[in-house]
Ligand binder design. Sequence first.
Ligand code: 5GP
Length: 191
Amino acid sequence: MELLKQRIRDEGIVLNNRVLKVDGFLNHQIDPHLFKAIGKEIADRYRDAGVQRIVTIEASGIALALMAALELDVPLVFARKKKSILMVDEVYHSVVYSYTKEENYEITISKKFLPAGEKVLIIDDFLASGEAAMGLAKLVQEAGDEVVGMAIAIEKSFQPGRERLENAGFRVESLVRIKEFKDNGCVFLED
Ligand code: 5GP
């Protein structure tokens, strides 16, 4: 997606050759026009997949997923990272290792917002090791739903996430794929 690539070229900051900071338009300040275009692009890629619900993870996934949910006209539910005040038997839960914070955390979704028998699209902002996406897929499958695919805004293709998700049988659509970090910038896969 050229628009997103251009913003990364213009404003992305590579930290320690490991993490891409895009706080100016995605992770802190949000550009609504860019997000509208991202939502449309995700929806276009999954328009024929019969998506009935979108699942993402707080916080940065929510705005992206909301735009796609509007386009596909389906409900959106986000997994919470904080301990829920609900009883354990009222939520689906999974443990995820955080790439950026380097610690485990628990994600939960209330059972009443994941009815069984639906086709679900998983959305996240970044794909690195695939931990977050796998954790979300586990919740969705535990609910008796089908994961029809995953949509990621920015994939770091030099990390094992895509391979891990594809090996688990999931369709992965990334709007931008980064081949490597070089000279504090990004080299994109199609370049
Ligand atoms: P994974 O679970 O695939 O290892 O990492 C994905 C999650 O970690 C995303 O939800 C995202 O929040 C965070 N993440 C991973 N790599 C990056 C990165 O380079 N930049 C930013 N801003 N977040 C990242």
